[in-house]
Design a protein around this ligand. Structure first.
Ligand code: PEP
Ligand code: MN
Length: 336
């Protein structure tokens, strides 16, 4: 059972409720968020205990949630989560476009930023710390890359998203960007998730390449139970026996995650397919399936890109895909 304390609940109020929960034979897990405290009563849910706890004035509500993820679930929160990053509304009617190069590179980033802004992107992406399969591949410009990103925000007004690889770089990354990305390889880095849960910044959580939807939602639960409610789920393709595409983009994860959770669900067709020419059709499919946003890699000279050039659209191709996307958005009752 999940016990949601009132916004103004004092330490004494919280302790009193914890004692009551223990007396009923449950163990307690306390999550102290920026705004409110949530107590998890671990044990079999009982309707009469729910009613007794709801009678305590410092308790706002008690929710009986059957799924293993609690705060992330639709059972816990019926209405969809909508929040703003700068002027951009995430999870609302308007579909959000995140675009930019895989990695920040000195020569191309500002040009890419201006091009995606012109084409209609809402948020600018770029990696300053890159999780590469090979230690000999380009690992990112680190703080220098973050500075270039900040310059691009000045130039375009677009909010920034970048990936954080480990706990040590959270502080520096949070200083420069507006949304923190947790990559597929780090989806189950629980220590990292707990720390990001305490940060006052939205987090985009990619689905691990071999994670089930339930494992993905459990990873999101780490963020919410540590106090961060501004979480975006992002499907980016999973490993299957198919090798023709880089990953198999699981479009069905979109309606499933949206049915199970109130969190916004985005799709990354660039990593999902690994090839720029399959990005437009899979973007159309993602929007048709109900995605709240897309994350797309765009690079002005993909053949020179230090990372993921083959899946990066040139700005012209990115621009060309916007009109058809608008058509599908309208068909499913959304705007873009
Ligand atoms: C990326 O967005 O550049 C990235 C590394 O993504 P993923 O974690 O999905 O592989
Ligand atoms: Mn990439």
């Amino acid at each position: 059972m999940i016990v949601v304390m009132n916004l103004g609940a004092s330490v004494e109020d919280i302790q009193e409720v914890e004692e009551k929960i223990t007396q009923f034979g449950y163990s307690v897990h306390r999550s102290t968020g920026k705004k409110r405290t949530i107590l998890g009563a671990i044990g079999l849910p009982r309707e009469e205990v729910k009613e007794l706890l709801e009678g305590i004035p410092s308790v706002e509500k008690v929710v009986l949630v059957s799924s293993p993820y609690k705060l992330v679930s639709r059972e816990f929160k019926k209405e969809r989560t909508v929040f703003k990053v700068g002027d951009v509304e995430i999870g609302g009617d308007k579909i959000v476009l995140i675009a930019g190069p895989c990695a920040v590179e000195r020569r191309s980033f500002l040009q890419a930023a201006e091009a995606v802004k012109k084409a209609g992107a809402d948020i600018l992406r770029g990696g300053a710390y890159k999780p590469r399969s090979s230690p000999y591949s380009f690992q990112g410009l680190e703080e220098e890359g973050l500075k270039i990103m900040a310059e691009a925000r000045e130039l375009t007004g677009l909010p920034l998203i970048t990936e954080v690889l480990d706990q040590h770089s959270i502080e520096i990354v949070a200083k420069y960007v507006d949304i923190i990305q947790v990559g597929a390889r780090n989806m189950q880095n629980f220590k990292l998730l707990k720390e990001l849960g305490q940060l006052d910044k939205p987090v985009l959580l990619k689905r691990g390449m071999s994670a089930t939807i339930e494992e993905w939602l459990m990873a999101a639960e780490y963020l919410l139970s540590s106090g961060n409610e501004r979480v975006i789920l992002c499907e980016r393709g999973i490993r299957t026996f198919e090798t023709y595409t880089r990953n198999t983009l699981d479009i069905s994860a979109v309606p499933v995650a949206k049915e199970l959770s109130h969190l916004p669900v985005f799709v990354d067709p660039s990593h999902g397919t690994g090839k720029w020419k399959w990005v437009p059709p899979m973007s159309l499919a993602a929007i048709a399936a109900g995605a709240d946003g897309l994350l797309i890699e765009v690079h002005p000279f993909p053949e020179e890109a230090l990372c993921d050039g083959s899946q990066s659209l040139v700005p012209q191709k990115f621009l060309q895909m916007i009109e058809p996307l608008k058509g599908v958005a309208q068909t499913v009752g959304r705007t873009l």
